[in-house]
Design a protein around this ligand. Structure first.
Ligand code: ADP
Length: 469
């Protein structure tokens, strides 16, 4: 089968979160299964672009309404990622340093999608599957199915994977003219509550819809930022497939970001070395358990609760643990977490920013990873933590529920709590510290979790089975 993934992110080309990790790994594993998988994404000005050689494979000209523009498709010369990688360059729109967050994001991603469909329309063969990811590529199934200009793409099977249903790409109907000519009788497919909603449109128009964990699929029928009835209505074509992790990138024995390599036999010494390094760098006490948080400071991640949780933990449990935070996002949360440092230095440090290397070192050096998420479609951090021998403390939601078993349950290994509130999170931390005191059990768990298999092999096969269906 020939599968074309279309996405706004792909690791290591451009990454904001888990979407990049998935699109950087899934095609590689699909290739290993004997299929041809390709990735098409916008050409941003990221370091990856400048470090690699590119071949121009297509130059085209298309339009959004009255605005005509030229686009160029380039392909990575050395196939370094293990699959064909294509970038679409649209001068002035996509070629920026950032990925999202511009006032004209609607124009940027619509232009990208129109260019993709225009390019695909010129191919002299048809791929078997066009697999789109999240709202940034959500108009593609509609265009392929209903645009008069690309009638010959009608019938190519499209799959939508939802990595996060909170963001839907809403845009006013004034931008309806951006789409290539389409059957006006079908305009209702674009609409949700009076605006163009690319995610809703893709849910309706894709042949199959997947979410990145089975529990998240269930939850969307009750909580989907306004799209609940649509998920209920379309449930027949929706399925949850748990993400995998790239075990070649995330490998404690070869990870280039780690100075000391280790495996489950040497987990204690390996993790101690990393913990020592982290504690030295951030002036923390290595004799105390180290609890980390890594992620975007967005409402979904409940990072806004961390300052109160940390204050309460120190107050009620005592200064018996260290916290190390890595993340960025909401400036208010960034400010509160940075300010906390002056009050509880020595047991706490917040690194505000994005730092891939530090994240690897933190998974390696931490005792616990805290994920109090309000919403967590799958969550990759907890799977990386497991593989690096770090015990996850998670809220029972979405993919966290599907991947972490509480240590009080049969074959358990992590800490789970019900609600994303300060009381439940603090209690989760308390239970984690209790586990830490039981050294024999804690060590046994650390060794065991490093062997839990969350590799892509299983999930990649599930996607292939879905395509075949
Ligand atoms: P989401 O996609 O919702 O942000 P995921 O858990 O699916 O959450 O994926 C998050 C990914 O981004 C992980 O690989 C995590 O290590 C990484 N990450 C998040 N924030 C940072 C940061 N500040 N620095 C380094 N890596 C980060």
């Amino acid at each position: 089968m020939e599968i074309i993934h279309v996405s706004a992110e792909c690791y290591p080309v451009a990454k904001v979160g888990g979407l990049a990790d998935v699109v950087g790994a899934l095609p590689k594993y699909q290739q290993n299964l004997g299929h041809t998988a390709k990735v098409v994404m916008p050409m941003y000005r990221t370091a990856f672009l400048y470090r690699h050689e590119w071949d121009v494979v297509h130059k085209g000209r298309t339009h959004m309404g009255n605005w005509w523009y030229e686009y160029t498709v380039i392909k990575e010369h050395d196939n370094e990622l293990g699959f064909d990688l294509y970038l679409i360059d649209i001068y002035g729109l996509l070629d920026r340093e950032g990925i999202y967050g511009y006032a004209d994001d609607s124009e940027r991603f619509t232009a990208f999608q129109v260019a993709f469909v225009d390019w695909l329309g010129g191919w002299n063969h048809r791929p078997d599957i066009v697999h789109v990811h999240d709202h940034h590529t959500g108009l593609i199934p509609f265009m392929m199915q209903y645009s008069a200009d690309y009638g010959h793409l009608k019938g190519i099977k499209t799959i939508l994977t939802i990595h996060n249903a909170q963001y839907q790409g809403w845009m006013g109907w004034g931008k309806g003219t951006y789409l290539p000519r389409y059957d006006m009788w079908k305009s209702g497919l674009l609409d949700w509550n009076g605006t163009i909603n690319p995610l809703a449109c893709a849910i309706r128009c894709a042949w199959k819809v997947t979410t990145v964990s089975p529990s998240y699929m269930e939850e969307l029928r009750y909580s989907a930022n306004g799209l609940e009835p649509l998920f209920e209505y379309e449930k027949g074509k929706c399925i949850g497939i748990l993400n995998g992790i790239d075990t070649q990138v995330w490998d404690t024995e070869t990870d280039p970001y780690l100075g000391t390599h280790y495996n489950s036999d040497t987990v204690e010494a390996g993790k101690s070395a990393h913990k020592l390094e982290l504690c030295k760098r951030f002036h923390l006490d290595p004799s105390k358990p180290l609890i980390i948080f890594i992620g975007r400071f967005a409402l979904e991640k409940a990072a806004d609760l961390l300052p109160t949780v940390i204050g309460d933990a120190f107050h009620y449990i005592g200064r018996t643990m260290n916290f190390l935070i890595l993340g960025s996002g909401d400036p208010n949360v960034e400010g509160r977490l940075a300010n906390l440092q002056s009050m509880v230095a020595q047991d706490y440090h917040a690194f505000i920013g994005y730092n891939e290397q530090l994240s690897h070192q933190m998974y390696a050096g931490a005792d616990f990873l805290l994920m109090p998420s309000r919403v967590e479609p799958c969550g990759l951090n907890q799977m990386y933590a497991l593989r690096y021998g770090t015990v996850p403390i998670v809220r029972s939601t979405g993919g966290l529920k599907d991947t972490v078993i509480d240590y009080g349950d049969w074959q358990g290994f992590g800490v789970r709590f019900e609600h994303a509130n300060v009381g439940d999170i603090t209690h989760g931390i308390y239970r984690a510290l209790e586990l830490y005191q039981d050294k024999v059990r804690f060590d046994e768990i650390r060794q065991r979790i490093m062997h839990i298999d969350h590799s892509w092999e299983n999930s990649a096969s599930e996607y292939i089975a879905l395509y075949l269906s």
